[in-house]
Design a binder for this molecule. Structure first.
Ligand SMILES: [Zn+2]
Length: 588
């Protein structure tokens, strides 16, 4: 894959697979390897391993394995050149300008560039409307009423989409093809398909940028009582709702530096929090968080304070997000703001009423999600047995997600105390859920490599990595054809070719020449705990293979003799038999 001297080769030699994989998977050091939960199949106990020296990964559960590039290709669902670019960027290696692309790629890039440009044009159009029209002034008054001054409005690029219905269309139409305008999502087509019109009308507009700061969508709030209250851009080639976090482009540096993020629901909340001087805030812009958004956030931190709206929808969203965050190994706190004068407070309202200092104090005191959930459970009716059972059923799914046994046990004591549940009853429930957790790891038998014999496994390992003598070993195996007929013959063949070649060949390249089953077995062997190989051990393994070879020839010979006892050439056969018997005696 990576040609010698190529850019990919250079990236591979400089990239650290542990670091790159570590951006997607929480890895823990375990012996020589790093292990974690496999991102390619659902599991609760780690069977995914990364080898820092060999720079490969392998999952003992689903069998996926390869080098840093195959990992990123699988993870990002992208082709090889894209993976090389991503790894380079993650490792701070400058990427050379791409060579001539295919016509399709060029067209796609042009389209994306045009869509970004349309958003930029729409953005300045909306901002102008807010600044200089009568309608816009009314919108401005509303914003000021919500505590947003001119500086904030400018800083967050807030604008206004007028009520007319085609003013943006008239502005953009001379420059862009209709299909492109519709594709961008700022312009809609009516059902008959004949008429185009502005998607956003009489609404305050909030530009939504992707991670690199390019505007790719708009979130719009109705100025009056029009429904829906919030209307956002549709999905487009430049915008996928589930993988964008509002304010991420500006928050990411602070999130990385402070190693935590505040997660709020809407853009007004994010703006209010950022305005209070807390830069590491992002909004999910929807009721609940999606997996790609979590992956995006996880590249900058694994610690998050969830501060969703305190209403029922917000609570449900908090709990859904919690599940996803815990599954992705986040350390989570939950801030549930106290009501203000009996009014449920979202971050925006809370900061307006109580001031930034009070909000910052509340953030600092935000409890771990455990306590938040116990608090929620305590709101249930605990006076009856069924009520307690319901509370327990509510808590158990979260307990199940705690990988650490000690922590799980601590939880049990706390839940028992707070909910006044008998500790033995609770522990029984806990153990049951822990067992369910274990039983979730199912390894499909056809995915497991064949259990090659110990000698074969050792020789394969030595051929792959005994720098001192792997060439010599490859020669001996080849000359004596000692590996022929072994179950692992194909792995040996690939390793021998690699061992005899002048250029170093990586495990992944060898794997690329193998059938999937063989590749899995090969990677499994590479990850086995094993002692340092020595030439003495190699020789004794070779010896064993030689014995096996002689025994096999003897068996064949014997069958030939017995099949035809009076045949021609019997004498030669018997002589050969004698010879082999002697060899065998000498070998043992
Ligand atoms: Zn897996």
């Amino acid at each position: 894959m990576a040609e010698a001297g190529s850019f990919a080769e250079r990236v591979k030699s400089q990239a650290d697979i542990v670091r790159v994989v570590g951006e997607y998977v929480r890895l823990k050091k375990s012996g020589k390897n790093y292990t974690g939960l496999c991102p390619f199949h659902g599991e609760k106990t780690p069977s995914f391993a990364v080898h820092p020296v060999k720079q490969i990964f392998h999952c003992f559960g689903c069998g996926k394995g390869g080098d840093v590039f195959s990992f990123v290709m699988e993870m990002e669902k992208c082709p090889f050149p894209e993976a090389v670019k991503i790894v380079a960027e993650k490792c701070g290696i400058p990427v050379p300008r791409p060579k001539e692309r295919t016509p399709e790629q060029r067209k796609e890039n042009q389209q994306r560039a045009a869509l970004i440009e349309i958003h930029r044009e729409a953005q300045s159009f909306f901002v102008r409307q807010l600044e200089s029209t009568a309608e816009g002034r009314a919108a401005r008054a509303y914003l000021e009423d919500r505590g947003l001054n001119a500086e904030t409005i400018a800083r967050f690029g807030i604008g206004y989409a007028p009520s007319g219905g085609d003013s943006l269309l008239r502005h953009l139409k001379p420059k862009y093809a209709e299909t492109l305008l519709v594709e961008s999502g700022v312009i809609s087509r009516d059902q008959s398909g004949a008429r185009l019109f502005d998607r956003f009308r009489k609404r305050i507009t909030f530009p939504i940028s992707n991670e690199s700061g390019k505007i790719v969508a708009f979130g719009c709030r109705a100025l009056g009582d029009e429904l829906p209250k919030y209307l956002n851009s549709p999905e487009s080639p430049v915008y996928s709702k589930s993988s964008v976090l509002y304010h991420m482009d500006r928050a990411k540096e602070t999130i990385r530096r402070q190693d935590f993020a505040i997660l709020v629901e809407g853009y007004m909340d994010a703006i209010a929090v950022a305005n209070a001087g807390i830069a590491n805030v992002v909004a999910s812009c929807g009721t609940s968080l999606a997996e790609p958004q979590i992956k995006l956030l996880g590249r900058f931190t694994k610690r998050v304070i969830v501060n969703y709206d305190p209403d029922a929808a917000g609570q449900a969203a908090t709990e859904r997000s919690l599940t996803l965050l815990l599954e992705n190994d986040f350390e989570v706190k939950v801030l549930a703001l106290p009501p203000i004068d009996d009014k449920k407070a979202d971050p925006d309202l809370f900061i307006r009423e109580k001031g930034p200092e009070t909000y910052i104090k509340a953030l600092k005191e935000a409890p771990p999600y455990v306590d938040y959930l116990i608090g929620r459970a305590r709101q249930m009716d605990l006076s009856t047995g069924e009520g307690k059972q319901r509370a327990l059923n509510f808590l158990m799914p979260y307990v199940q997600k705690i990988p650490n046994q000690l922590l799980r046990s601590e939880w049990a004591t706390r839940i028992a105390q707070q909910l006044r549940i008998d500790e033995p009853v609770l522990r029984a429930a806990l153990n049951k859920s822990a067992n369910e957790r274990r039983s979730e790891v199912k390894v499909a038998p056809q995915l497991v490599g064949r259990p090659a014999k110990q000698i074969e496994r050792r020789l394969i390992r030595m051929l792959a990595e005994a720098e001192g003598f792997k060439r010599e070993l490859a020669q001996r195996l080849q000359q004596g054809r000692l590996y022929e007929g072994l179950e692992t013959e194909k792995i040996f063949a690939a390793l021998i070719i690699a061992g005899l070649s002048e250029e170093p060949v990586s495990a992944t390249e060898i794997g690329a020449h193998l059938e999937e089953r063989e590749r899995r077995l090969f990677f499994e062997i590479l990850f086995e705990d094993a002692q340092e190989p020595s030439w003495e051990e190699a020789e004794s393994c070779l010896e064993a293979l030689r014995r096996r070879q002689i025994e096999q020839e003897l068996a064949t010979l014997q069958r030939t003799i017995e099949a035809n006892p009076s045949g021609k050439g019997l004498r030669e056969l018997l002589e050969r038999k004698q010879q082999l018997m002697k060899q065998l005696a000498a070998a043992s």
